[in-house]
Design a protein around this ligand. Sequence first.
Ligand code: AMP
Length: 115
Amino acid sequence: MYDKDNIFAKILRGDAPSTKIFEDDFALAFQNIAPRAKTHVLVVPKGEYTDIYDFSANAPAELQAGFWAAVRKTVDILGLRDNFRTVANTGAGAGQSVFHFHVHIMSDERFKTDF
Ligand code: AMP
C-alpha cells in the first residue's frame, strides 16, 4: 500500500528539499542524495504508485506517456543520449528502499567494464 509520507511524496509536495533537474505536469527529476555513479538522477511520476508494476498496471495512459517523456527529457538535459543506465528496483528484496515508483538514471565510466 502507498505511504503518503514517503520521502519522494514529501519532495513532490515541497515538504522536503531536492536538487531539481527537470519538472513538468507528469514527473520530477532530481539528484540522488547518495549517488552511486558519477551521474545519478531519480525520476518520479506525479502520482501515488509504489513501484513499476503498480505504475504500469494502474497509472492513466497520459501519465505513463508523460513520465517516460520526462525520463527522455532528463536524459537530454544530462547529455546522456547514448550513455546511461536505468534501474527500477521493485520490492525490498530487490533493493527498493523508497516505495514511490522511481527510475534511476545513472552514467559512469565504470559501466563500460561491469555488466
Ligand atoms: P531505491 O533503493 O531503488 O528505492 O532508491 C531510493 C534512492 O533514493 C536511493 O538511491 C537513495 O539514495 C535516494 N534517496 C533517498 N532519500 C533521498 C532524498 N531525500 N533526496 C534524493 N535522493 C534520495
